[in-house]
Design a protein around this ligand. Structure first.
Ligand SMILES: *[C@@H]1O[C@H](CO)[C@@H](O)[C@H](O)[C@H]1NC(C)=O
Ligand SMILES: *[C@@H]1O[C@H](CO)[C@@H](O)[C@H](O)[C@H]1NC(C)=O
Ligand SMILES: *[C@@H]1O[C@H](CO)[C@@H](O)[C@H](O)[C@H]1NC(C)=O
Ligand SMILES: *[C@@H]1O[C@H](CO)[C@@H](O)[C@H](O)[C@H]1NC(C)=O
Length: 369
């Protein structure tokens, strides 16, 4: 116990003066609010800060919340709702209005780092959903242009992106076979990548090893999905010859390969969401706090490592990442497991131990001074 206290004290003293570069390496938190029992905005911000997150991603651009975040050092990612995309795509004044209302009053005191246009819109294949697909890149162009004309100097660093789910790639296995769905490849993905490459933005990805694992647990090793490195469970892609030690790298690389097939070899991935459920209301095996803590700690260890690890296809490349989610959200639709992704319960107590700076997991830091 005394040793532990000493170790913590040592960690505290060496991480006491975070440089910017260091802060940027930390992991951010997705602050979803689909619950009727969640702490207030200011309590939530305190919790996020006490967890040492470097950033917070919200699913709207709530002005009260953005105002409260101005007193934090947190980098903030805000979102244009799916329902606004078509209108913004067709009218520059509406894009200007959006930026004037949700960005200008707050930035840079609130450190808005990215504006995400929509959320997983390519996962909606209804007729109405498809109309949004084609408005996506035009809307991003307009928001980007409003930032340039209205945002002044400080807005230049704000990235415009859109988070997509893994269902936009048709094949993830082997990773080298990664390719975008044919119904979006030329019409949406090509112009999107052109935009991201041209503006220096990232390709934001919602990526969960939990889903492929839970749909096929007899063929996918649990530790491989949890990023627990093992001597004998590696996979070599026969086409690329690259060797994989975990499922997350495989999934990320399938997207890099898909981008490469359209000629984009430089656009960086950012993980807009990843995580593991802490419980399931009884319906799925494998969703528990132990696995959730293991997965999230392993993700943090990888994405905060210095120098960056990257993936087999993009070794050494840093990947900005957000963990999903701050709280269990009791109003999320879908199967029971959807309501159990929190790092914290709605009362604010942690489901498992987590150090979002990654310091606790860095072997190069002597724990025994
Ligand atoms: C664009 O939006 C503005 C502001 O709401 C509105 O005044 C204008 O009529 C719209 N233009 C078109 C072509 O719909
Ligand atoms: C699998 O990967 C791990 C971690 O990189 C490595 O230590 C181990 O030697 C590899 N095993 C094989 C059989 O390649
Ligand atoms: C991506 O951007 C770089 C730098 O601006 C440019 O040289 C390259 O041609 C672009 N790639 C594609 C496929 O457009
Ligand atoms: C956050 O960082 C502080 C100071 O470095 C440290 O004392 C604290 O234990 C950290 N909190 C968590 C939850 O890791």
């Amino acid at each position: 116990m005394i040793l532990l206290v000493l170790c913590l004290f040592y960690l505290l003293t060496i991480s006491g003066e975070p440089t910017d570069a260091k802060t940027l390496r930390n992991v951010g938190i997705c602050y979803g609010r689909l619950g009727d029992n969640l702490p207030s905005f200011s309590e939530s911000i305190q919790l996020i800060k006490s967890m040492n997150a470097s950033g917070v991603k919200i699913y709207d651009a709530n002005p009260d919340l953005l105002h409260l975040l101005s007193d934090s050092e947190l980098r903030v990612s805000i979102m244009v709702p799916n329902g606004d995309i078509r209108r913004i795509a067709s009218n520059q004044s509406l894009a200007d209005e959006w930026v004037e209302r949700h960005v200008i009053p707050f930035h840079p005191r609130t450190r808005i780092e990215s504006i995400l246009v929509g959320n997983e819109i390519l996962s909606d294949s209804t007729e109405q959903g498809k109309q949004v697909w084609h408005a996506l890149v035009p809307a991003m162009e307009r928001i980007s242009s409003s930032l340039k004309t209205r945002g002044g100097r400080s807005a230049r660093g704000i990235r415009v992106g859109t988070p997509l789910a893994m269902d936009m790639v048709v094949s993830t296995f082997p990773p080298s076979s990664g390719a975008f769905r044919s119904d979006v490849r030329d019409s949406v993905m090509a112009p999107l990548l052109n935009f991201l490459n041209r503006t220096g933005s990232h390709f934001f990805l919602d990526v969960y090893t939990y889903f492929p694992w839970s749909s096929d647990p007899s063929h996918i090793d649990l530790d491989y999905a949890l990023l627990v490195e093992q001597e004998n469970v590696n996979y070599t892609d026969p086409e690329s010859g690259l060797t994989y030690t975990n499922l997350l790298d495989q999934m990320l690389d399938s997207v890099y390969f898909a981008m490469g097939k359209l000629g984009y070899h430089r656009v960086k991935l950012a993980i807009a969401e990843t995580g593991w459920p802490n419980g399931d209301g009884g319906d799925v095996f494998g969703a528990n706090s132990f696995n959730a803590g293991t997965y999230n700690r392993n993700v943090i260890k990888r994405v905060t490592s210095d120098p960056p690890i990257g993936t087999p296809a993009r070794p050494g490349e840093a990947i900005t990442s957000y963990l999903f989610a701050l709280y269990d959200e009791n109003q999320k639709p879908g199967p029971d497991v959807e309501r159990h992704w929190g790092m914290l319960s709605p009362s604010g107590s942690p489901h498992y131990v987590l150090d979002l700076t990654g310091d606790l997991y860095r072997p190069e830091i002597p724990l025994d001074p």
